[in-house]
Structures are given as structure tokens and as C-alpha cells.
Design a protein around this ligand. Structure first.
Ligand SMILES: Cc1cc2nc3c(=O)[nH]c(=O)nc-3n(C[C@H](O)[C@H](O)[C@H](O)COP(=O)(O)OP(=O)(O)OC[C@H]3O[C@@H](n4cnc5c(N)ncnc54)[C@H](O)[C@@H]3O)c2cc1C
Length: 382
């Protein structure tokens, strides 16, 4: 049985074949170094830019390939299969930061930032979460006060992916503290030349070791008024609600790719590893666990593809994206646990990919809106 995603095209087949080969021969050998450094080197970003893998849906007039969300999904999948260390950092860059600029930026803003995001000269980050809370975005405290031709930012953010390296950071801040959601705006902070902006620690996580995660501090940080995303203050909450479904779908794309990879890894291992004189795949328990996981993976894949098609058409809704994010990431964690178990003691070793995937999977249920928040959003549609 072979299944092909409905959104795949011949052109994407060619791109993906070259891209995967490049990843496995040129970049994957560097992943161990990145995990030790807790950081991906900048040259890797530039290399992805050259491959056309950064922001592939940016229109040609802004330096992109003029692709669709299919290209964005394909890049995340290929990274998740071949180089999972870069899947999250690039998903933040491609499926979040570039999307905000493309959807809400003025023509001047697009001209200023999109070409750099496409080449990798600019690395993007988004800073919503604060030390006091991430789920309740309305309660954010970072304040942006207008002073003449600039905003002065005060406050702090935490858990920010790409925070150590980002050149362009979307900061969610209150421009009007007397308003609720209508008081939130998104400011594009350019790290070079923004006095008062400081990166904090590269946080020590239990997994996702190559992806840097930071605290960010704003102490009278200066952001020119023209860096307000869109032309009006107070649109930030609405803008986040518009893009969050794509962010959640991107998480689901990586979840399903990781599930597929873990099943493949474990099937290969179970054919090879012997116990009591036969391959462990011949034990009914092993075969049934993998049969169950394979069934779920295909069910997840079909629903995911339906969501990707809707995203390509611009029709992805909040509830479908929440279902995709919650269900696939729950399944990813269950699959990681079962597949690790089938590897026995080797599964617990950092040098085995399955062990790393087990640790990396856990955050997927938390960021992008926790799975509890996903269920709240789904429940509202009942
Ligand atoms: C590796 C990593 C990368 C990240 N990258 C980014 C990034 O790039 N940018 C960014 O802005 N943030 C990022 N985050 C932050 C992430 O999005 C938040 O951690 C997440 O949204 C949860 O917020 P919180 O940690 O404050 O938990 P809290 O909001 O304090 O939630 C704690 C618990 O309470 C539950 N809960 C909260 N409210 C409700 C409710 N109403 N009903 C039921 N349960 C509820 C939650 O589900 C959770 O289980 C990242 C986090 C990590 C760990």
C-alpha cells in the first residue's frame, strides 16, 4: 500500500529529493555539534536559504519562490525526517514569522524583511510568552509606549525559539493597557541597533537540544514606529488569532512526520534485533504495537493532508487546526514511548535517534497553545 499526499506535485517531488539528499549528506553530520553547542550555526540557515527552503511561499517579487503552504509543509516534513534539529527553528521562521509579515506587513515592510528571511540573512523569532504566563495571551504585560516616532518597549519574554540568534523578532506588547485584546499590538524588533534589548540565557531544556530557547528583556528598548506590524495599533491579538492555526498545523505536520519516522526506525530495528532466537518483530506483541501505530499514523496523515489542502486554499479554520495539533502531538508522544520500549535499553541511549525523538516530542503538546487550550477551542465549537 502506498499513500501519496493529495497536495504533492511533480515539482515538489523533484525539490524534495534534492533537498533531502542535501540534508542527509551536508547538514545532518553537523547535528551532533549543534546539540552539544545548544545552537545551530548560521551557515546552516544560509545553506537552507540557498536551497530555497526558507520561506518558500514568499512571492517572487519579495525574493521568494512563489510557492504555497504545500512547500512550507514539505520543508518541515523533510527536516523532521532527515534533520529534526532544524525542524522547529525553521518552522518558526517559515510557518510563523514570514506568515505574519506576508499577511499583515505593508509593501515597504515586506520589501524590508522578506528577502532577508528568504536568504537566511535574517533569522526570525516570535515573542508572545512571558514569565507570568503563555496560555493567557490577553494578560501579557510587556508594554510598548509611543514616544514621538518610536515605541519604547518594557518587559520580558521567555521560552523564545531562535531567541539567541534572531535578527527580526515579532514582539507582542500592550500599546494600550486600558484595553483588553484591542490593546495588543505586534512590533517588529530588529535586534541590531535596538538599544535596551537584551537576550537572556539560552535555556537548558530536557530535549530539542540544538534549538536555542531564550529569555528576552526589554528595558526601554527602542522600536521605530514604522515597525508596527500593519498600519494600526491594537490589531495584534486579531493578527495572532489569524496566524495561530497555521502555526498549529505546522506543529501537526512535524508530529506526523516524526511518527512515520519512528515507526520506520522501530520496524527496521525489530527486524534486526533478536531475542530468544528470533527477530523481535516475530513476537506478536511487537507486531501488534507497530500495526496499531501504523494504523494511527495513516489516519493522522489523511486528516493532516486535508488540513494542509485547506491551508493551501486559505480555508484552514481554528477548530480543524486545533484538532490536528492536539491529536497528532498526543499520538507522537504515545508512539515515541511505545517505539522506545521496543528498542529496549538502547532506546534510552542518547546516541539512538529514538531516544532523542522521545525527548523532543514532549514539548509538542505544550507550545503553539497547549493541548488543553486546543481542547477548549474545539469545545467552543460543540
Ligand atoms: C522549547 C519551547 C519553545 C517555545 N517557543 C516559543 C516561541 O518561540 N515563542 C513563544 O512566544 N513561546 C514559545 N514557547 C512557550 C510556549 O508557547 C508556552 O510554554 C505555552 O504556550 C504554555 O504557556 P506557559 O508555559 O506559560 O504555561 P501556562 O499557561 O502557565 O499553563 C500551565 C498549565 O495550565 C494549563 N492551562 C492554562 N490555562 C488553562 C485553561 N484555561 N484551561 C485548562 N488548562 C489550562 C496549561 O494547559 C498547562 O498545562 C516555547 C516553549 C518551549 C518550552
Amino acid at each position: 500500500m502506498t499513500y501519496r499526499s493529495s497536495w504533492m506535485t511533480g515539482e515538489l517531488d523533484i525539490f524534495r529529493e534534492t533537498f533531502r539528499r542535501y540534508l542527509s549528506t551536508n547538514l545532518s553530520p553537523r547535528a551532533g555539534r549543534w546539540r552539544a553547542d545548544k545552537m545551530i550555526d548560521r551557515n546552516a540557515w544560509l545553506a537552507l536559504g540557498e536551497m530555497g527552503a526558507l520561506c518558500p511561499d514568499v512571492p517572487e517579487e519579495y525574493g521568494g519562490l512563489g510557492g504555497t503552504f504545500a512547500h512550507v509543509a514539505a520543508v518541515i516534513e523533510d527536516l523532521e525526517y532527515e534533520l529534526p534539529e532544524m525542524a522547529l527553528p525553521v518552522a518558526v521562521h517559515n510557518a510563523i514569522v514570514a506568515q505574519y509579515v506576508m499577511h499583515f506587513g505593508s509593501h515597504e515592510q515586506k520589501q524590508r524583511w522578506l528577502p532577508g528571511l528568504v536568504t537566511g540573512q535574517l533569522i526570525g523569532a516570535i515573542a508572545m510568552t512571558e514569565p507570568a504566563g503563555g496560555s493567557d495571551l490577553r494578560a501579557l504585560r510587556t508594554r510598548a509606549s509611543r514616544k514621538g516616532n518610536a515605541y519604547v518597549l518594557n518587559g520580558s519574554k521567555t521560552f523564545i525559539t531562535n531567541g539567541q540568534v534572531a535578527d527580526l523578532i515579532i514582539v507582542a506588547a500592550k500599546t494600550d493597557p486600558d484595553q483588553d485584546t484591542k490593546g495588543i499590538s505586534l512590533l517588529m524588533l530588529e535586534s541590531k541597533g535596538s538599544g535596551g534589548f537584551r537576550r537572556g540565557r539560552n535555556l537548558d531544556k530536557i530535549g530539542m537540544h540544538a534549538s536555542d530557547t531564550s529569555e528576552l528583556f526589554f528595558d526601554n528598548a527602542f522600536v521605530p514606529a514604522e515597525n508596527l506590524l500593519g498600519s494600526e495599533e491594537g490589531r495584534g491579538f486579531y493578527q495572532m488569532m489569524e496566524i495561530l492555526p497555521k502555526e498549529r498545523l505546522a506543529i501537526a505536520v512535524s508530529a506526523v512526520a516524526s511518527i512515520e519516522r519512528m515507526i520506520q526506525l522501530t520496524t527496521d530495528y525489530a527486524k534486526d534485533r533478536k531475542a530468544f532466537g528470533k527477530p523481535i518483530l516475530e513476537f506478536q506483541n511487537t507486531a501488534f504495537v507497530l500495526a496499531e501505530r501504523k494504523s494511527e499514523a495513516l489516519i493522522a496523515r489523511v486528516f493532516l493532508d486535508w488540513c494542509v489542502e485547506r491551508a493551501i486554499k486559505g480555508e484552514l479554520d481554528q477548530v480543524s487546526a486545533s484538532i490536528a495539533k492536539y491529536w497528532t502531538t498526543d499520538k507522537q508522544c504515545e508512539t515515541a514511548d511505545e517505539c522506545l520500549q521496543l528498542h529496549g535499553g538502547y532506546g534510552y541511549m542518547n546516541e539512538f535517534e529514538i531516544g532523542r525523538r522521545y525527548l523532543d516530542a514532549r514539548i509538542q503538546r505544550i507550545y503553539g497553545g497547549t493541548n488543553e487550550i486546543m481542547k477548549l477551542l474545539i469545545a467552543r465549537s460543540l
